[in-house]
Write a protein that binds this ligand. Sequence first.
Ligand SMILES: [Zn+2]
Ligand SMILES: [Zn+2]
Length: 528
Amino acid sequence: MNPNINSKDQPQEDDQYGVLLYYKYTQIPDLNDLFTFYDSNCNSLSLLGRVRLSPLGVNVTVGGKLCALKKHIAAVESNSLFEGTDFKLAACGRPSNDKVADECGFTSLSIRIVKELVTLSCNPLIKSPEISDAGKHLSAAEFHSVLQKAGKLDKESTEHNRELVLLDARNLYETRIGKFRTPNVETLDPGIRQYSDLPSWIDDNSDQLQGKSVLMYCTGGIRCEMASAYIRSKGAGFENVFQLYGGIQRYLEQFPDGGFFKGKNFVFDHRISVGSSDANILGACLLCSMSFDDYSSRLRCTYCRMLVLVCDSCQRKDSVYVCELCQNHHKGVGLTSSIENGRMSSLPSVETVSLDAKLSCQMPCRQATGSPRKLRILCLHGFRQNASSFKGRTASLAKKLKSIAELVFVDAPHELAFIYQPPSAVTESHHDHISPQGPPPPPPSEHCKKKFAWFVAPDFRENTESGNWEMGDSPFDPLQYQQQTEGFDESLAYIKTVFAQKGPFDGMLGFSQGAAMAAAVVFCPTNK
Ligand SMILES: [Zn+2]
Ligand SMILES: [Zn+2]
C-alpha cells in the first residue's frame, strides 16, 4: 500500500483506494434487472459499501480501488437511465479504523431494494413529496455567487432581492463541525438528530422560510431533493427554494479554500470528515468546550446514540455522555443537577427492553443523585380516539399523580375517516353514543378533532380528505377489532420517533388498542 495516496500523479494508480458516491432520481423500469447488474458488477470489481435501489432511483456509496471504481462508473454510465448522474469520486486512504469502517458499512457489500432512497419522515401522516417538485439546482459556482452577491447588497435594490436564508438540511452532529457562514445571510441549523425529524422542524419554523429565498444544502445533495420538495409543497411563499447541486462535496472541490463553507464536511464513509485547506475547527468538546472536531473515537450519547465530540483529554473509560439535545430535554424535568457539562455524575440504571438500542436506552433511567424527577409516562389512546380525548379521560388520574408523574399524550399515526352512522344502521348498532330514536344524527361540526388508530383493518385506506364526514355504509361491527391486524410497523416506527423527540419515558399507559400497542412495543423482538 502506498502511503502517498492523495498525490495526484501516483505512479501506481492501480493500487490507489477511493470512495465513490452518487445518487440518481429516475423511474427504474426493472428493479430486479438493476439489482442483478449491481450485484455482478460490484462483486466482480471487489467494491464494498452500500447500494440502495428504489422504484424512483438509486443511492450508492462504495469504496474500492480507484481503477475499479472508474470501471464501475463506466458501466453505470453506459445505461441511459443514469444520464447526467453526478459521480463523486475521491481518492483516499483505505479504511484503517475497523470500527469506523464497520459503522460506515465498508466491511461488506450491501445491495438492497428499498421503498425510498431517503426516508423524509417516520410519521406515516407525512407523505413523501414529489421529487419532481424539488427546489432548483444551483451549481457550486452559482450557489457561491448568490452568497457573494448577497454580501454586497445594500438597501438600494430591495425590489428584486428577496431576503435570503441558508438552510442546512443535515443533522446536528454534522453541522457541529462545519457549515456555511456568510456575513450577510443567516444560516438556519435545525439541530436535528436525524433526517426524519426535518419535516417537523420545517413545520414548526415555516415562518422563518416563508416569503424568502431558501438556499438549501447537505453533504452530497440527496437529502435536499426531498426536503426542498417538502418545503415547496407548503404552497404560497415557499416557491423560492434552491439546492446546492452535488452538496458540500462538490462545493469544496470547486472552492478548495472552503469558500463560504467553514469547518469540515462530515461524510458517511471511513474518511469521517473532509476539510478544506482552511484549518478552521468549528466543533467543540462536549465536556471542556475546547476546539475539537474529530469523530474517530465514535463516542455516542448514552440516551439517544447520537455521535458526540469529546476531546482526547476528556475521554474516560465507561463514561456516560449526554448530548446537547438530551441535556436540553432533561432540563425540563429536573435532571440538570446530575449532568455536568455533558457527563453524567453517576451511571443511570438503564433497563433494556427488547425493541432496539435506540429505544431501549431511553427507557427508564432513574437518577441516584440529584433532585427527584417526575416519571414520564407515554399515553396511547384507543381506537377512534385521539391524544386530547385520552387526556380528558385520564384527567383525574393525572391530577392524583401530579406530584410524581407527567403524562405525555400523542396521536396514533393512522388517521381515520370521519364516519357516522346512517339512521337504519343505528338501531342495530352497538354504538352507544347514538340514540336509536330521533332524527338521523347530523354530521358533527367541522371543528371536530381528527381520530386515529394504532392498528387498522387490512383494507384500511388512510383518510385523505380530512374534515369531510361521510355516512358509514354499514353498521359498526362490534367485533371490528378482530380485523384490525395491520399498521403495526408504521405505528412502531412512529413510536420510535416519539421516543427520539419527546423521550425518554419511564413507562407507557395504554387504553384498548393503545394498551395492545404498548405491550407490543415492550415485547416485540429486536427488529433490527
Ligand atoms: Zn474536552
Ligand atoms: Zn442524546
